[in-house]
Design a protein around this ligand. Sequence first.
Ligand code: FES
Ligand code: FES
Length: 166
Amino acid sequence: MPKKMEEKIRLKINEEWHEFSLERDLTPSMTLAYLLREKMGLTGLKVSCDEGACGACTILMNGKAVLSCMTLAVQANGHEIITIEGLSSDDPVVQAFAQQCAPGYGTALQCGFCTPGFVMSTKALFKEIPKPNLLQVKEALSGHICRCGCYAGIAQAVLRAGEKNE
Ligand code: FES
Ligand code: FES
């Protein structure tokens, strides 16, 4: 009897292709968030609500912001994933969040738990709208919760990063 071929999926994660066996590495119900955090050690994305309500687990899939807690690992087969670890430390959005500190607006981060999610959604926003206005920023980031309440600082950081876009 011919040996059954091992079924695999392939994901391009932060510029490198990785293969996962459906028998050894994954279960059918495993989320992309679990795969990235627990199997790949990419712990920048956070799993907070685990039900699509907070945005902390946001990553880019083919350039679009995606909630990795609401995406099955198998659904990402063949797709390109970027996590916060895939951005360089001098990435303009990362820099804008880190440097934000304006009177009246405050900082863009306190504990930083929500920050990777906000940054990844901002990257996706800039692909669509390089210089968004405040309303567009609020709309694009409306799915994110910051428990420290840094919303004004976050919006300022995104607007400033956008001003530098071509
Ligand atoms: S952990 Fe995914 S949306 Fe909250
Ligand atoms: S900075 Fe603490 S949750 Fe946003």
